[in-house]
Design a protein around this ligand. Structure first.
Ligand code: TXA
Ligand code: MG
Length: 367
């Protein structure tokens, strides 16, 4: 018999209340029991929804890889309730990690540090470092504290696809591959956390995200470098002799920065002259969604009148843009159109994380 679809359970915790309502507490108990039994629970975070398992249970973590169809060489982020829990999972707690955690946790930044012995190989893909993050949602930290163990959680989507920013997106993407979905409403940031490798000196941003480089430089009191854009899939497993490298000996990397990632089903194109591109595609009989902030532009209004084009207004501010980007792409994907055209984002540091996600979403499938 097919496994049933998971329940979607809301977990409100009104600001100011000392403890969550009874129903939320009961949902957290249920989630903690599932996790303790090796199950998979989708959790809300302020960035995107995560697919969580007990990070110290290698069999449970294996299930995450299977549910996502994720290559085994792509390590997972481990979510902690607080800095003390993070330190207990690290072989060394570099000064940069200490400063970033003190200033920005709970929050949308992940630190990569030398891996402690409690972390199973499957979590780090055999590497000598572990990625740690303390999520902003108090209710998720309460779940972790209740379980008394950290949660390994990648974004709750199938590998290379769009990340989920609502509980409904998780259900659509994973269906009965997940045992329970905790619903915390739409994610506030809407794109994945900034990942900073603190096992190297100076620290290096492996994935740009909501927390900007200049903020991180102010926090660590020195330079923070930006990792090169990885072209093509990166394979980086254990050393050739099959042994895990010494702690901190692994070269900095972020295998999840594969060239194609975060992709909608509908082919997506970034256009510097979107009006011309949309007009050309319409002449070819294509049906288009055009994501643009220039909704008052006469050219845009002209094309919006055509039956082949849906104009989707996007915010001009990068923070607001990030918050609705994936939800917009999920919605557009359901229309079964031929193409998504999106205006090229401004070449400014504030838009870096968005430019990164869009360029990966636009990359052609391998092969
Ligand atoms: O906001 C987020 O970070 C979300 C929420 C659920 O926490 N999580 C997320 O996880 O985006 P995932 O697995 O989709 O992306 C994790 C990224 C990948 O690019 C992965 O390669 C990288 O972090 N990563 C994980 N462990 C690493 C390590 N030890 N060294 C370098 N990169 C690592
Ligand atoms: Mg992901």
């Amino acid at each position: 018999m097919a496994r049933p679809l998971p329940d979607i359970v809301p977990i409100p915790w009104p600001p100011g209340a000392a403890s969550p309502p009874e129903a939320t507490e009961a949902a957290l108990e249920r989630a903690a029991t599932l996790l303790a039994d090796g199950g998979l629970v989708a959790i809300p975070t302020a960035t995107v929804y995560g697919l969580a398992a007990d990070a110290l249970d290698a069999d449970a973590v294996d299930r995450i890889f299977a549910a996502k169809g994720r290559p085994a060489d792509n390590p997972l982020i481990v979510h902690v309730a607080d800095t003390a829990m993070a330190r207990g999972l690290a072989a060394r707690w570099p000064d940069a990690a200490a400063r970033i955690a003190a200033a920005h946790w709970p929050g949308p930044v992940t630190v990569v540090v030398p891996r402690g012995r409690r972390i199973p190989d499957v979590v780090t893909a055999g590497g000598g470092t572990v990625a740690l993050r303390c999520p902003a949602q108090p209710v998720v930290r309460r779940l972790i504290a209740k379980l008394g163990r950290p949660l390994a959680a990648p974004s709750a989507n199938r590998s290379t696809r769009l990340s989920p920013t609502t509980a409904g997106h998780v259900l659509d993407a994973l269906g009965n591959r997940v045992d329970l979905i905790l619903d915390g409403g739409p994610c506030r940031c809407g794109i994945e956390s900034t990942v900073v490798d603190c096992s190297v000196e100076p620290p290096r941003i492996l994935r740009p995200g909501p927390l900007a480089r200049e903020t991180l430089e102010a926090t660590v009191g020195g330079p923070v470098t930006q990792g090169p854009v990885v072209e093509g899939p990166v394979t980086q497993g254990p050393a050739a002799d099959g042994r895990a490298p010494e702690s901190g000996a692994t070269p900095p990397r972020s295998p999840g920065l594969a060239r194609r990632h975060y992709a909608p089903q509908t082919p997506l194109e970034i256009a510097t002259d979107a009006a011309a591109r949309v007009a050309a595609l319409v002449r070819d009989g294509r049906r288009i969604a055009w994501l643009t902030a220039r909704t008052t532009d006469p050219q845009v209004r002209g094309l919006a009148g055509s039956r082949e084009v849906i104009v989707v207004p996007m915010p001009e501010d990068p923070v607001a843009f990030a918050a609705c980007l994936y939800a917009t792409l999920h919605a557009v994907d359901r229309r079964g159109l031929d193409r998504v055209i999106i205006d090229a984002p401004p070449a400014e540091e504030r838009w870096r994380a968005i430019a990164d996600r869009l360029s990966r979403a636009a990359a052609k499938p391998a092969g």
